[in-house]
Design a protein around this ligand. Structure first.
Ligand SMILES: [Zn+2]
Length: 275
């Protein structure tokens, strides 16, 4: 167990704080009425509507807290702590705006694609008149800032690396797994926000490509927010995923805001700074 992690509240303690919701009487939903005048009716009539109670999102957050598996260092990756400069200021602002408008994005299902592609370095370096890099530019750091912001605002989200995601699905194949593959997939289909770090890096075999495609496809169909970091620009995804890569690339293009991160390798810079 990681000692850096703050003490988690027990399941019971958490249950009391939410399940004791007096507004919905423990059900998570509220029945209300709305006045409406249907076409051809001379008067308005009352229509019953079932709405999610305000505790609904908190129930979801209890299951899906993006930063729950972060260590102390990762929890410190916040927009407030981040040092930005002229090379990445714009990128951080786009990400901050995305978090600011997250409720709107959750309604319409906007995606965010944070990428830095080696194949774009030569061209971009020429345009900027500086030597740029596609690695170590802070893509993961930026997405962790977003994850911490969602946790702070109690917005339900899952944060995984692509590798963890595949391991999670594979582990359901074990005979003593408590969860079925379908249950694991449903979690990734339905979580309001899914953050996948370092996507499109697995040595894709048909199995992995198929799983990834079905997750992205379901999320697209159901307007669920998906945030990714990647070393591939959208036009190059087909080089990684032979079967569906082209289709995935063009669909992300239609659904996602993009943040390109090219710059100095900040991992190298960090080494020179005093601890
Ligand atoms: Zn409630």
């Amino acid at each position: 167990m990681n000692q850096d992690l703050p003490q988690r509240r027990s399941e019971d303690e958490r249950a009391i704080s939410i399940d004791g919701c007096p507004k919905c009487n423990y059900t998570g939903t509220i029945n209300t009425f709305r006045w409406e005048q249907p076409e051809g009716y001379p008067i308005s009539i009352q229509i019953a509507v079932v709405e999610n109670c305000s505790c609904h999102e908190e129930r979801m957050f209890r299951k899906y807290n993006a930063s729950e598996t972060f260590n102390v260092k990762e929890r410190g990756h916040t927009f407030k702590n981040a040092t930005t400069d002229y090379m990445n200021e714009k990128q951080f602002n786009v990400a901050m705006d995305f978090v600011q408008d997250i409720k709107k994005h959750m309604e319409i299902g906007t995606w965010l694609y944070i990428f830095g592609d080696d194949a774009r370095v030569a061209e971009a370096s020429k345009a900027k008149g500086a030597i740029l890099n596609a690695y170590g530019t802070g893509k993961t750091y930026l997405m962790q800032c977003m994850a911490n912001a969602f946790s702070k605002r109690k917005i339900p989200a899952i944060y995984v690396t692509e590798e963890q995601l595949f391991n999670d699905i594979k582990s359901t194949y074990s005979r003593d797994s408590e969860e079925s593959e379908d249950e694991a997939l449903q979690r990734y289909y339905s979580v309001p926000i899914l953050m996948i770090d370092d996507i499109f890096t697995a040595p894709y075999k048909e199995w992995a490509e198929g799983k990834l495609y079905s997750i992205l496809d379901e999320r697209m169909k159901n307007d669920k927010v998906t945030i990714m970091t990647s070393n591939y620009s959208l036009g190059r995804i087909h080089e990684r995923l032979k079967i569906n890569g082209g289709k995935i690339g063009s669909r992300i293009k239609g659904q996602a805001e993009q943040i390109e991160m090219l710059g100095p390798d900040r991992r190298v810079m960090k080494r020179d700074e005093p601890a």
